[in-house]
Ligand binder design. Structure first.
Ligand code: MSP
Length: 510
């Protein structure tokens, strides 16, 4: 048992939440849920990034003040996460007073330590990235990510002496091999540092929508500079030293690959400059893309749908919350790019959920009904499934520990597959009532109990429903959950419920 502090990026509130945001948040949620189940004291933080030009522009476009606009859009993120059963412990908004206080104290400390100075900045700016590019890094004067023309900007700014941290960053990477995972992303960040670091401009006078610079009120902090500090605001930086000492530096920042430089170069350097340890781990994931196919009839756009056009809630109406969660976690290994497709989610649903898990549950319940009068038998302690189940638990636990939800689920589904094969082989539906049939069914029920616990990080609703149908008291994720992941705990002798099909098949041809 230990502590587990996991964060998502805080999302810009220039627009509504989309499936890409849900991808990160759901992975973080599942990881948090696994750690809670494991008995770890867990803190799961998400939230919204509300300053900067991009958000100010969106507010103006909608004829609203930035504050009114961010209030509205931030609420949409919270609603989306509530609808997706996201168990965040704290939802931070960068416009909250607690954040202003932490940002001003943190940057005040960097200023006091002599790492901030005044200079003139001239460069090419992309509002969508909220970032400057050099001419060489630009794509013929356009943003390399958004493809839009960059704007020439010149400002008198305060600068952070990032260049002073080159050697310390390299040393930190060398002595902390697990700082950034996966390795390919770590190498990318490392190469960037090795390539030489330039000081960065951290304030703006051109906009007013930001956290005021305490020593020069004409300036506000540049949005990225205030945003990163949210990870410390939430644990009480500048307000509650004991709480900071409890959680820092043992944090796990889950991020998309486009914000590596901010999290793996700037952020550790900022922490060093403020006299803090850098965060202990950044887990980078790839991008989820839509291969251009039309997603579904209910998603009105014809062809060429962008991932950013898809509201996660629309998908839950079609597939259900837990199947969407399962698909997003199961399909792509964290770190790789993945593809989101209507065909893909339908296929996962029909194969893994309807055919494998759904079928296992339905056939066991039916045969317990016909051969055992609906009363569940207990498992055989020496069942051939026991060893498979226990090695599944080990594999899944290690996968969760290593930020590999897809591998944890893959292992769980191998157990489900082995159990379906076991049933096929023994065909309890053909056996006469009595001890042999009871043993086979008891074993299958025990697998379902273990599966209920193992799938709980990914599919909390399905997990609870399985538990209920098995006639078990309490919840699959109570404080004894981790200890209950051993063979033979299903007591038997209880009435089980057959219920409706858990995952009615989806017609693939629609
Ligand atoms: N506000 C900054 C982050 C500040 S963190 C201190 C930001 N916000 S964002 O709204 O643009 O969200 C970016 C994050 O959303 C990505 O890093 C990733 O986690 C998630 N994703 C956005 N689009 C995505 C995909 N297409 N695929 C996977 N993740 C996606 O950057």
């Amino acid at each position: 048992m230990g502590r587990f502090y996991i964060t998502t990026p805080i999302y810009y509130v220039n627009d509504a939440p989309h499936v890409g945001h849900a991808y990160t948040t759901l992975n973080a949620d599942a990881l948090a849920r696994w750690h809670r189940l494991n008995g770890d004291e867990t803190l799961f933080l998400t939230g919204t990034d509300e300053h900067g030009q991009k958000v100010a522009d969106a507010a103006a476009k909608h004829d609203m003040t930035p504050q009114a606009w961010t209030d509205r859009t931030s609420a949409r993120f919270r609603e989306a996460w509530d609808a997706l059963d996201v168990s965040y412990d704290d939802f931070i908004r960068t416009t909250e007073p607690r954040h202003y206080e932490s940002v001003q104290k943190f940057l005040g400390a960097i200023y006091e330590n002599g790492y901030i100075y005044k200079g003139v900045y001239q460069g090419l700016y992309c509002v969508s990235c909220e970032d400057y590019y050099t001419v060489e890094a630009s794509d013929h004067g356009n943003c390399p990510i958004h493809g839009r023309p960059l704007t020439e900007m010149e400002e008198e700014n305060w600068f952070f002496r990032l260049s002073a941290f080159e050697d310390r960053l390299i040393e930190y990477y060398d002595t902390h091999p697990g700082f950034v995972t996966p390795e390919t992303k770590r190498n990318e960040a490392y190469a960037f540092i090795k390539g030489g670091l330039r000081d960065i401009s951290i304030t703006r006078t051109s906009i007013a929508w930001g956290v005021p610079v305490p020593w020069d009120e004409r300036h506000v902090f540049y949005v990225w500079y205030d945003a990163l500090i949210n990870y410390l605001t939430a644990i009480g930086y500048g307000r509650d030293d004991d709480r900071v000492a409890t959680w820092w530096p043992w944090s796990h920042h889950l991020i998309g690959k486009e914000i590596i430089r901010f999290h793996c170069v700037w952020w550790p350097a900022m922490c060093m400059a403020a006299g803090l340890e850098p965060p202990s781990h950044v887990q980078v994931h790839g991008w989820l893309l839509v291969g251009g196919q039309k997603l579904s009839k209910t998603m009105a756009a014809e062809g060429g749908v962008k991932l950013t056009d898809i509201a996660p809630v629309t998908l839950t109406e079609e597939f259900g919350v837990d199947p969407l969660r399962y698909y997003l976690l199961r399909e792509t290994a964290l770190g790789n790019d993945g593809e989101f497709s209507y065909e893909g989610i339908t296929q996962r649903y029909n194969t893994d959920l309807a055919n494998n898990l759904g079928n296992l549950v339905a056939r066991v319940a039916t045969v317990v009904g016909s051969k055992c009068a609906g009363v569940a038998p207990a498992p055989d302690p020496r069942s051939e499934l026991a060893a498979i189940a226990e090695s599944t638990v080990e594999t899944a636990a290690s996968a969760w520990e290593h930020f590999a939800p897809h591998a944890a689920l893959e292992a769980t589904w191998a157990l489900i597959g082995a159990t379906n094969a076991y049933l096929e082989r023994h065909a309890p539906w053909k056996m006469a009532p009595g001890e042999p049939v009871e043993r086979v069914l008891g074993d299958a029920l025990e697998v379902i109990r273990l599966v209920a616990v193992l799938v709980s990080p990914a599919m909390p609703g399905v997990s609870r429903e399985l538990w209920r149908r098995l006639g078990l008291a309490g919840s699959p994720t109570d404080e004894l959950a981790r200890e209950s992941l051993v063979w033979g705990r299903y007591p038997g002798g209880i009435a089980i419920e057959k219920g409706e099909p858990l995952f009615p098949r989806i017609n693939e041809a629609r």
